[in-house]
Design a protein. Structure first.
Length: 395
């Protein structure tokens, strides 16, 4: 008769395996489109395999098993090669450290479990939901791990196949398909959410103008009579965002940047020029008479653009933080002049020096404006070929 301690240990093991499913969904949604999530999950799956080794199930006298194989099979099936390798390394090191007569058998079972999961993943992966029969196939493949007992001494192997193997077969054929089905639902749901994120990015308005587009836009505005009295330039930098958006992936990055642009543009006067240059900086060009207090304008943008997190389908909302500085110019500046005005080594925003081509009355000459517009167009040539994310986050 099965004792109560064995039932308790079995319940704890099943609880830990169920926790894998929840963590799979949480981490995948926190870090969609990234290679970091499978690696973190590999650590977690391997750690659960470690715990499985510490919770042996003594179902009956002389019948002792554990479920270390289950998280390794699932890691191979749903985490890909990197995640599976991490889980296998953890389980292998722990089994060698435990030692004993059966350490080679235990290590071989771990490797066979990972191979079974990876092989199943390659054979069945597709955009749609895997059929239920495929999960039964995964459970049958997991039975190959029982072959590791052949490395045990003959007498011990005979006892294992006579007493423990039938019990493990029953557990694998019931537990693995159930957990795999739950993980598959998570995977398919997250795939649909990824398509929704891509659709959001496709439907939204264009993102930040790049350096070349911004330079041309400024030249057109200046030729139309705007910025005759110079410009106030706001430099908006986003803190703690380069790493996060790089990890979240391109679809999330595009959706976040476009939503951020819309928020900033809604807070500025009509006709304001807004663009993106290298090193994670958004530049805002305002006419002199449109700005009464640049500091207050930056504070309003910070509050309106970053106070509320940006919602992204299928994942946690993205919260950004922003710093801003302002500089006033007598003529529309080149990007080099803007860089000097906001030199980070100075520790604060500096007022730009007046450009050399100024008339006796202090009004910027047409020649100065022409040269500055030309310089802006030449400066952006070095930035051609970079993606929006590369220019924005400097990655």
């Amino acid at each position: 008769m099965i004792n109560q301690q064995a039932l308790l240990d079995f319940a704890v093991s099943i609880g830990l395996l169920t926790l894998l499913v929840a963590c799979y969904g949480i981490l995948r949604r926190r870090l969609p489109g990234t290679t970091l999530a499978p690696q973190l999950l590999g650590l977690f799956f391997g750690s659960v395999a470690l715990l499985m080794m510490q919770i042996p199930l003594e179902i009956a006298p002389g019948v002792i098993v554990d479920l270390r194989v289950v998280p390794i099979v699932l890691a191979g099936a749903f985490l890909g090669l990197r995640g599976a390798v991490i889980a296998v390394v953890i389980a292998t090191v722990v089994r060698i450290w435990i030692g004993g007569t059966g350490w080679m058998s235990g290590v071989s079972a771990v490797w066979l479990a990972a191979a079974a999961g990876l092989g199943w993943s390659v054979a069945t992966l597709g955009p749609g939901h895997r059929p239920l029969s495929s999960f039964l196939v995964l459970a049958l493949l997991s039975l190959s791990t029982l072959a590791g007992a052949l490395l045990l001494p003959a007498e011990i192997a005979a006892v294992f196949y006579a007493r423990s193997a039938p019990l493990l077969t029953c557990i694998y054929l019931t537990v693995i398909p159930a957990l795999a089905l739950l993980l598959e639902r998570q995977r398919v749901d997250m795939q649909r959410e990824a398509w929704a994120r891509a659709a959001v990015g496709a439907r939204t308005t264009p993102g930040f103008e790049g350096p070349e587009a911004l330079a041309r836009s400024l030249a057109r505005a200046e030729s139309g009579g705007r910025f005759r009295d110079g410009a106030v330039v706001l430099s908006l930098r986003f803190r703690s965002s380069r790493l996060a958006l790089s990890l979240w992936g391109a679809d999330v990055e595009i959706a976040v940047l476009r939503e951020l642009r819309d928020r900033i543009a809604a807070l500025l006067p009509p006709g304001t020029k807004l663009g993106m240059i290298e090193h994670g900086t958004v530049l805002v060009f305002l006419e002199q008479d449109a700005v009464c207090d640049a500091t207050a304008t930056i504070a309003r943008i910070r509050e309106g653009a970053t106070a509320e997190p940006i919602a992204v389908p299928g994942m946690a909302s993205v919260r950004l933080r922003m710093d801003g500085r302002a500089a006033s110019f007598n003529v529309l500046p080149t990007f080099s002049e803007i860089a000097r005005a906001f030199d980070p080594s100075e520790g604060r925003g500096a007022r730009a020096e007046p450009p050399p081509a100024v008339t006796a009355q202090g009004t910027p000459s047409g020649v100065a404006r022409l040269f500055n517009a030309t310089d802006r167009l030449f400066e952006v040539r070095a930035l051609r070929g970079q993606s929006e994310g590369e220019r924005f986050w400097g990655v």
